[in-house]
Design a protein around this ligand. Structure first.
Ligand code: PEP
Length: 268
């Protein structure tokens, strides 16, 4: 299947950064990454910093994302944030179903699919996270788990919405652990997910959906991982919290020729 997708490198800041710290980080990123065009770049600050970061990156090549949102549009949902409220702040992407939320808030695939539909209704692109735990991988249940999560979380999306959805494959055992999946494991999982998209939608949709890898991506492994044929970028946690490491990840990933080199090397 020919690759025709632009890479996207996303920095998930999780529950870190005051507004002042967030502004400091994006100021550095804006300077360091100003020349990058080959890759979509997005940062995902906590809700409290979205508004100020939105102003700081206005008319730069860095886009804004949120780490979560409600499945509801308005009403009595204390503590929740609706898609339109994010849209008002120029939020372009929203992470849904991160494994930390699947674990801590017990988010289900059904809930994630509702949120994805609400995001699309507000023209926000969801990044839907899927991935197996170590126990599931060891029990050889990876494919079953990924199939359940992808089917359930993308349920109800039209083909057009699916094309504008990003999937992040994040093996839970690789998140924040310093343990990166091997290139073979990553390519295998991404290829499997793309195959599922053919079954759920069609070949043309599957060819256009971007699938990011997430799990201890750093400046040294970014190039190899993002060069894999079915990997269309990275969702980065820890290494996105510091300007130098995130910049290096973006720059190392942006070398288009990497893919050609690696393809030759892997004989793909
Ligand atoms: C993540 O939070 O989605 C993530 C992949 O974190 P880390 O890069 O720290 O493993």
């Amino acid at each position: 299947m020919k690759k025709e997708r632009k890479l996207i490198i996303a920095g998930n800041w999780k529950m870190t950064k005051t507004v002042a710290e967030a502004l400091h980080l994006v100021d550095d990123l804006k300077t360091e990454l100003a020349e990058i065009e080959a890759v979509d770049i997005a940062v995902f600050p906590p809700f409290t910093a979205l508004s100020e970061v939105a102003k700081a990156i206005h008319s730069s090549n860095i886009h804004l994302g949120a780490q979560n949102m409600s499945e509801h549009n308005i009403g009595a949902h204390t503590g929740e944030i609706a898609a339109q409220m994010l849209k008002e702040l120029s939020v372009r992407y929203v992470i849904l179903g991160h494994s930390e939320r699947r674990q801590d808030q017990k988010e289900s695939d059904e809930l994630i699919s509702k949120k994805a539909q609400a995001a699309h209704a507000a023209s926000i692109q969801p990044i839907i996270c899927v991935g197996e735990t170590l126990a599931e991988r060891e029990a050889k249940r990876m494919e079953k788990v990924l199939e359940t999560q992808v089917r359930g979380s993308l349920n109800g999306l039209s083909k057009d919405q699916a094309v504008n959805t990003i999937i992040a494959y994040e093996p839970v055992w690789a998140i924040g652990t310093g343990k990166t999946a091997t290139t073979a494991q990553v390519q295998e999982a991404h290829e499997f997910i793309r195959g599922l998209l053919v079954k759920l939608f069609d070949e043309s949709v599957a060819r256009r959906v971007r699938i990011q890898y997430g799990g201890s991506v750093n400046p040294s492994n970014a190039r190899e991982l993002t060069s894999l044929p079915d990997v269309d970028g990275a969702l980065v946690g820890g290494a996105s919290l510091e300007a130098r490491s995130f910049t290096e990840i973006v720059k190392n990933s942006s070398k288009e020729k990497n893919r050609e080199e690696l393809r030759g090397f892997l004989k793909i």
